[in-house]
Design a protein around this ligand. Structure first.
Ligand SMILES: Cc1ncc(COP(=O)(O)O)c(C=O)c1O
Length: 396
């Protein structure tokens, strides 16, 4: 491996949200926890990106900056090369992060009181954004069948048929259950939405983080007709550990939909980006691919290590396959079915911070989300703490 992911990087003094005492105290009721929650990585960015940033800092002037054509070409060629989807320069809008993009999409394509469909358990800012905008959360829960999460297409069909529901937010790959949706599943989603005039926002922030033999298909690439009803959100920030640069690509092929979203962005003066953020994105798409390939190998090894290590020590723990993302969805229901109790045990007895399953809505009780994007030694320390907490509370 050309890159070193074993290096432990001291993040103190960097104001990392994941490590911050006040943030931890507020969310977990305790600070000083070893953090395996927020989805950023304990790895330094690729040296190619750091070099580009250093060079830019050396220039010393950080005035207003325009994204050059090269920036957009980076997004276009990455999307084509890695996913086979041809997109055009005009289709790409900028928002400072995907969550803002979700909010602007909700504002552009729905009215107050309209329903927005999601599949819980799912990334919790979705329901927050829907509610904050005065829209209704319509949950079409995922089902766990044969130890694999599935979309309940009959339920989705029923909810899509309800004329009050206007938008479906698809999480692909799915955080937190780590599913990489197959082309067949995506086709069924698309057909249901087409038939019922439902717009689709495909949040594909994790689409580069695909593990093992799994392959990601971009939703809009499945069928030309799907391009016409969808917005796709991608980004370098998850893939390359650049979340603090707040940069995402909101890809909208249909001009009418694009105009509606663009109008909301204009109304809020959204679109400008900082010079370091621009450099980081260009360097990531331009020179980051080898680093990413090594990262994926390391992440897959971390997932396998975690499965073996925990299963040996906590035989009743369960897992679904981590097909994508670097987030494992751990099933502790054999030990504890009550989500809040489980979360308290891990904080108090283990002094670890993981995302509680209950945070992700229905279906999260008894599960925890573990972020394994960390040097193995640091990961192992967290696993030891989890084992200690569960053993103390439920086994010994
Ligand atoms: C599915 C999903 N969407 C969006 C985000 C955050 O995106 P951003 O930081 O660009 O707002 C995350 C972060 O974990 C995520 O998992």
């Amino acid at each position: 491996m050309a890159y070193n992911f074993d290096e432990i990087v001291d993040r103190s003094g960097t104001y990392s949200s994941k490590w911050d005492d006040e943030v931890q105290k507020e969310l977990f009721g305790k600070s000083g926890l070893l953090p395996y929650w927020v989805a950023d990585m304990e790895f330094k960015a690729a040296p190619e990106i750091l070099d580009a940033l250093k060079k830019r800092v050396e220039n010393g002037i950080f005035g207003y900056t325009a994204r050059p054509n090269q920036y957009y070409q980076g997004v276009i060629s990455w999307t084509k090369r890695r996913f086979g989807w041809d997109i055009e320069r005009d289709w790409i809008l900028f928002t400072p992060g995907i969550v803002p993009g979700v909010n602007y999409t909700i504002q552009a394509l729905t009215e107050e009181g309209d329903g927005v469909i999601i599949n819980e358990p799912v990334y919790y800012p979705f329901s927050r954004s829907i509610k904050e905008n005065g829209r209704e959360v319509v949950n079409s829960p995922l089902v766990l069948k044969d130890n694999r999460y599935q979309i309940d297409f009959e339920d989705l069909q029923e909810k899509a048929r309800d004329p009050r529901n206007k938008l479906y937010v698809l999480c692909s790959p799915h955080n937190p259950v780590s599913r990489v949706w197959s082309p067949e599943e995506l086709r069924r989603v698309g057909e249901i939405c087409l038939e019922n005039d439902i717009f689709i926002l495909a949040d594909e922030i994790h689409n580069d983080l695909i593990l093992g033999d799994n392959r990601h298909t971009m939703f809009a690439s499945v069928d030309k007709r799907f391009e016409d009803i969808s917005i796709t959100a991608t980004s370098t920030t998850k893939t390359f550990n650049l979340a603090g640069f707040y940069a995402s690509n909101i890809i909208i092929p249909n001009k009418e939909i694009r105009d509606r979203v663009e109008k909301v962005l204009l109304k809020n003066s959204i679109g400008n980006q900082g010079p370091l953020s621009i450099e980081a994105v260009m360097a990531a798409y331009g020179h980051g691919e080898e680093w990413l390939e090594d990262l994926l190998v390391y992440l897959e090894e971390n997932v396998q290590f975690t499965r073996g290590y925990l299963k040996e020590r906590l035989p009743d723990i369960d897992f679904t396959e981590t097909e994508g993302t670097y987030l494992m969805w751990l099933d502790f229901r054999a030990y504890e079915k009550d989500g809040k109790t489980l979360e308290r045990v891990l904080v108090e007895k283990g002094e670890v911070a993981l995302d509680g399953g209950t945070w992700f809505g229905d279906g999260g009780d008894g599960f925890m989300r573990l972020n394994v994007a960390a040097p193995r030694e640091f990961l192992k320390e967290g696993l030891d703490r989890i084992v200690k907490a569960i053993r103390e509370e439920y086994i010994i």
